[in-house]
Design a protein around this ligand. Structure first.
Ligand SMILES: Nc1ncnc2c1ncn2[C@@H]1O[C@H](COP(=O)(O)OP(=O)(O)OP(=O)(O)O)[C@@H](O)[C@H]1O
Ligand SMILES: [Mg+2]
Length: 233
């Protein structure tokens, strides 16, 4: 886990590493050895946002048992999915390559989703609350395609928050690439019925995708209430 934080005044550099973005639990930076990769560092509890009781418990456990941490959870989730779908993940879920020791602490090394100019693709969240480069219909069509993929392959990915996707141009439109697959393994339910029953899983995917489309439309229409809570991405 990340032990110390030295962020530059413009918040783009952390301990000499170029920050791509941060989520509620992790900081994502470019890999200084190869810009085709990024490194994810787990944030200490004091620097996390939106920490629920369940997440606090998980964090407490992760301090004693590293397997409960976000990085190891995501790596396990990714490897399990890859073992099932192989290169069926290409262009849909960002690659996870393993845990590495760095001078700043342990990091999860992932393939960085890049735009044609070599810069990291921006999150859907940024497209809703920042740049707004694409119309709601185009982004919702990308959600439709992602939903069809989840249903076609029976993938129980439920944390469809806008910070867990980046947006890349594709043909005349855009595609969503999932950059955080840890919700394949951890969820909010005590009893995960939707992982045990295919019918419940399909219904839950449909509900979550519909909610994401509603949030996209609300955010781009300027309705902050309907757009849902803002993740810190
Ligand atoms: N492989 C990647 N390629 C490009 N950008 C990425 C990649 N992984 C993460 N990012 C950027 O970092 C941000 C946070 O990543 P991530 O969702 O993994 O963090 P997190 O703290 O686990 O999120 P959560 O808030 O869901 O717990 C993303 O919104 C995205 O902008
Ligand atoms: Mg995330």
């Amino acid at each position: 886990m990340l032990q110390q934080t030295r962020t530059s005044p413009n918040n783009h550099v952390w301990n000499g590493l170029e920050i791509i973005s941060r989520g509620a639990n992790r900081l994502c930076v470019r890999d200084p050895d190869d810009p085709a990769y990024c490194l994810k560092y787990e944030l200490p509890t004091s620097q996390r946002s939106q920490v629920s009781l369940r997440q606090r418990l998980r964090r407490g456990l992760a301090q004693r048992f590293p397997n409960f941490g976000e990085n190891r959870t995501e790596l396990r989730a990714y490897r399990r999915l890859q073992a099932r779908l192989h290169n069926g993940l290409d262009g849909v879920v960002a690659t996870c390559h393993g845990l590495i020791a760095t001078p700043q602490g342990e990091a999860l090394r992932c393939g960085c989703v890049l735009l044609q100019d070599g810069t990291p693709a921006r999150s859907l969240y940024r497209h809703l609350f920042g740049d707004r480069a694409y119309p709601a219909d185009m982004l919702c069509e990308a959600v439709d395609r992602f939903e069809a993929w989840l249903l076609r392959h029976g993938v129980p990915l439920f944390d469809l928050n806008a910070g867990n996707f980046v947006v890349v141009p594709q043909g005349d439109g855009v595609a969503l690439v999932c950059i955080d697959s840890k919700s394949l393994l951890i969820g909010k339910e005590i009893l995960p019925f939707s992982r045990w029953s295919r019918l419940l899983m399909r219904r839950k995917i449909a509900r979550r995708c519909e909610r994401l489309r509603q949030r996209i439309r609300a955010a781009l229409a300027g309705d902050a209430t309907l757009a849902g809570p803002r993740p810190p991405h």
